[in-house]
Design a protein around this ligand. Structure first.
Ligand SMILES: Cc1cc2nc3c(=O)[nH]c(=O)nc-3n(C[C@H](O)[C@H](O)[C@H](O)COP(=O)(O)O)c2cc1C
Length: 176
C-alpha cells in the first residue's frame, strides 16, 4: 500500500475480530516505530508487544471499566489481538514528541499491513502505575501510550476532519 493510501484510509478502530497477528507483522510495526525521528537522534524508547491473553485481558479490563470514554461509538477494544506499549525515558526533554513520532509510524504501518489500530493515552493515564508493574517497567520510565491492534470487524467511516482550506495558511497566518 502506498503511503498516502495508508494516511487517507487510516482511522481509529476499537472493535476487532480477535484473529491473531503474525509475529513478523508485529515486528514490522515496531521496526517502523524504531525508525521514527527523535530529538538529537537519542532514540530513548522501547516497545513492549503484548500478545498473551492473560496480560491483554488485564489491560483491557481497565479500559473497559473506565467511564470517561464510554461514549466511543465504535466499541471498546473487543477482540484486540495485540497491544504495543511505547515506553519512554522521562529524563528525555522530548519524550512525548519522540514517542508520538514512533506511534504514528506504527499506526500507518499497521494500516498498510491491513490492521486496525487505536492510540490509547487518555484511558491509560489513570492506570499507568498498575500497567508499569504488570509489564515490569522500571522507575524513571513512563508508558506514553499503548496501541491496540487487530483485524477490524469493519473499517468504520472516517470521523469528521477539518478541511485543508481551514487549516492551511500560505506564507502567513490568516485570520478566519
Ligand atoms: C494523544 C491521543 C490520545 C488518545 N487517547 C485515546 C484513548 O485513551 N482512548 C481511545 O479510545 N482513543 C484515544 N485516542 C484516539 C482518538 O480518539 C482518535 O484518534 C480521534 O477520535 C480521531 O479519530 P481517527 O484516529 O480515526 O482519525 C487518542 C488519540 C490521541 C492522538
Amino acid at each position: 500500500m502506498d503511503l498516502f493510501e495508508a494516511i487517507y484510509s487510516r482511522r481509529t478502530i476499537r472493535t476487532f475480530t480477535g484473529k491473531k497477528i503474525p509475529k513478523s507483522d508485529l515486528e514490522k510495526m515496531v521496526d517502523a516505530g524504531r525508525l521514527a525521528p527523535s530529538a538529537t537522534n537519542r532514540q530513548i524508547r522501547d516497545f513492549i508487544v503484548i500478545t498473551k491473553n492473560e496480560i491483554l485481558n488485564d489491560i483491557l479490563h481497565h479500559f473497559h471499566a473506565g467511564r470517561k470514554y464510554e461514549t466511543y461509538e465504535d466499541g471498546k477494544f473487543d477482540g484486540t489481538s495485540a497491544i504495543i506499549a511505547v515506553v519512554m525515558n522521562e529524563s528525555n526533554e522530548f519524550w512525548k514528541e519522540d514517542g508520538s513520532a514512533s506511534a504514528e509510524n506504527i499506526l500507518l504501518s499497521a494500516r498498510a499491513l491491513g490492521y486496525g489500530s487505536c492510540w490509547i493515552e487518555g484511558q491509560l493515564r489513570p492506570h499507568e502505575e498498575h500497567f508499569k508493574e504488570l509489564l515490569g517497567i522500571p522507575e524513571g520510565k513512563r508508558i506514553l501510550l499503548m496501541i491496540a491492534l487487530g483485524e477490524p470487524v469493519r473499517w468504520s467511516p472516517p470521523p469528521p476532519k477539518k478541511s485543508l482550506s481551514e487549516v492551511l495558511h500560505w506564507e502567513k497566518y490568516k485570520k478566519p
